[in-house]
Design a protein. Structure first.
Lengths: 263, 324
């Protein structure tokens, strides 16, 4: 079984997000990019399938995406069998993939997958900045494959996969899905494995990112972002000042007033 | 209906087969406002189970499609059925929840029905004939105001973002039955079973107070200090999604959209940034106290009291003082 895992990095949300001067996008110049957490989960679930059934796992990313080499070499260090960097040329001219919408991103990946078909495509259920919708089902439509998102477990079962799809309040559905298929992974059956920095460096020194080029059809997305801004605060917490000990006293005061702490 | 408006405002009802979800009523309430501003009607799509139409009194029209394969949600079946509804009765705007079904079908319907989609929507407005959606992206740190031009569009709306009150108005909607599309019996997937949550653990939704921990705890080894605090207070430890996804606490302890909704008297949030999906699960707590070193974290917009003191300094102080 050949599993392809599309991956990318997104802005690190721990940092302050700056907007562009015209306020229609985020200023990427000083941002740190980190692997999208859901893509990390998708890779882990794919590697678990490799562990149990010997599947071949191929991590793929768009060549113009920020930190993509780091993302793909880390995937190799964790156990992916191959990593592919996709370059695209667009009829409308390439402007880099940083501002790509989901629909366009899906078109690039579909171009690659049409030439190099997978039995299973597993990617993150969502990304922090996918304003125009999520990748898994956008990709599935282009490939005309069945798709399931918000998966929390994917296991092989003779020509198909058994997928657990999660809903609110802990309810989930167990589905039988014919292959080939596209799965949007919410979380893997176990926490994503760790790749020591030495092994990532070894992967980098060995090189081994394959490069392919696809032609991107004209952009389809029609969203018009009028403005981006930080949330206006309708309310804000009253901030407790002082040392850790002083703040602890104030919090305990609040709990004592409600009878939740004695004394 | 104004002839210049191409269609109505349509809401996909989510249900368990017996009960329409609370989120659906939030969507219907907002749909009524938008429909009124656009001079069109509010339609609700009800797949699977026609008898639930009686719960949808806030709608002008309920579009039903009955088929045994639609009683429980199945992505491929729902996608085919919804596409059939969209083709037969094209709305101006389709509203879905930004939970599992919206995450599953938003993009595919956008592509198949050729309509723009805005995800993570927290507000909607009508400006002339244009619909403007405000989306909370980047973990709630940025709001994007997006114009949906043209004659059709899809939004997936965050839970808890809109008020459900307007949807409870009593009325008798017109019920329209549509014939299910061919092919619902020959799908590439099937539902094998519905799994209920493990009842073996503590019910965090019944707790008076919760100590809740997020990504800021950094590692499994550090969980010890928050467990100690929960223990000293005699309350359960809950968590936001990243902590549960990492396997540091069981799923039964997860607060938020894909976990449980809680309403304790006190919610102590430690190292939780406050992504919209988390806020949905705890914003109704009576008192929210948040600890996060990032003064710009969205959690402080929902909390009553906050501190930017490091949780690794604060928690041991709390434990020492409680234990005396």
């Amino acid at each position: 079984m050949r599993i392809v895992v599309p991956m990318r990095a997104v802005p690190d949300l721990v940092e302050e997000i700056e907007l562009t001067a015209d306020e229609t996008g985020i200023d990427r110049e000083y941002l740190t990019f980190v692997l999208s957490e859901w893509d990390a989960q998708a890779l882990e679930e794919a590697l678990l399938l490799k562990d149990s059934s010997g599947a071949e796992v191929v991590a793929v990313g768009l060549a113009d995406d920020p930190e993509i080499d780091q993302v793909l070499y880390t995937a190799l260090a964790k156990g992916a069998d191959a990593a592919v960097k996709i370059t695209y040329s667009s009829a409308a001219g390439s402007s880099g993939s940083a501002g790509l919408r989901t629909a366009d991103r899906a078109a690039v990946l579909a171009g690659y997958l049409a030439a190099q078909p997978a039995d299973l495509v597993m990617t993150g259920v969502q990304a922090a900045d996918d304003l125009d919708g999520q990748l898994p089902s956008a990709l599935a439509v282009l490939l005309d494959l069945p798709h399931v998102s918000v998966a929390v477990s994917v296991e092989e079962a003779a020509g198909s996969v058994t997928v657990r799809q999660e809903f609110a309040a802990g309810i989930s559905h167990e589905l039988q899905v014919q292959l080939p298929a596209v799965i949007g992974v919410q979380s893997a059956r176990q926490a994503p494995r760790y790749a020591p920095i030495t092994r990532i460096r070894q992967a980098m020194q060995a090189g081994g990112l394959r490069e392919v080029t696809v032609t991107l059809p004209p952009a389809r997305s029609t969203l018009i972002v009028r403005r981006m801004h930080r949330p206006e605060e309708t309310g804000h917490a009253e901030m407790l000042a002082g040392s850790a000990g002083e703040v602890a006293d104030q919090i305990l005061g609040l709990l004592r007033a409600r009878g939740l702490v004695k004394g | 209906m104004n002839d210049e408006v191409s269609g109505n405002v349509m809401v996909l009802a989510e249900h368990t087969g017996k009960q329409v979800s609370e989120g659906t009523f939030e969507l219907i309430g907002k749909a009524r406002e938008l429909a009124s501003a656009m001079g069109c009607k509010t339609e609700v799509i009800l797949l699977g189970s026609r008898e639930l139409a009686g719960q949808l009194s806030g709608a002008d029209i309920v579009v039903c499609m009955e088929h045994p394969g639609l009683i429980e949600y199945l992505p491929e079946a729902y996608e085919r059925a919804l596409l059939e509804v969209l083709v037969q009765r094209p709305p101006r705007l389709l509203m879905m929840s930004n939970a599992t079904i919206g995450l599953d079908l938003g993009s595919s319907l956008s592509a198949r029905w050729d309509a723009p989609l805005v995800a993570y929507v927290s507000a909607l407005d009508v400006d002339g004939r244009a619909v403007t959606a405000t989306a909370k992206i980047l973990g709630g740190k940025v709001l994007a105001e997006v114009e949906l031009k043209g004659e059709r569009g899809i939004v997936t709306v965050l839970g808890g973002a809109l008020s459900a009150s307007a949807a409870q108005l009593g009325g008798t909607p017109e019920v329209i039955d549509l014939v299910p599309p061919a092919g619902l019996d020959s799908l590439r997937m099937s539902l094998r079973q519905v799994l209920e949550p493990d009842p073996g653990d503590i019910d965090i939704s019944a707790a008076d107070m919760l100590v809740s921990v997020g990504r800021g705890i950094e590692s499994q080894d550090n969980m010890e200090i928050v467990l100690e605090l929960a223990d000293a207070l005699g309350v359960p430890l809950s968590a936001s999604r990243p902590v549960v996804d990492a396997g540091w606490l069981p799923k039964t302890r997860q607060v938020g959209q894909s976990g449980l909704k809680v309403k304790p008297r006190v919610y102590l949030a430690l190292g939780i940034s406050g992504a919209p999906e988390h806020l949905e699960g705890m914003r109704n707590a009576e008192l929210i106290i948040a600890c996060n070193t990032d003064a710009g974290a969205p959690i402080f917009g929902a909390a009553h009291f906050g501190t930017t003191v490091d949780l690794f300094d604060l928690v041991p102080e709390l434990v020492d003082k409680i234990r005396g």
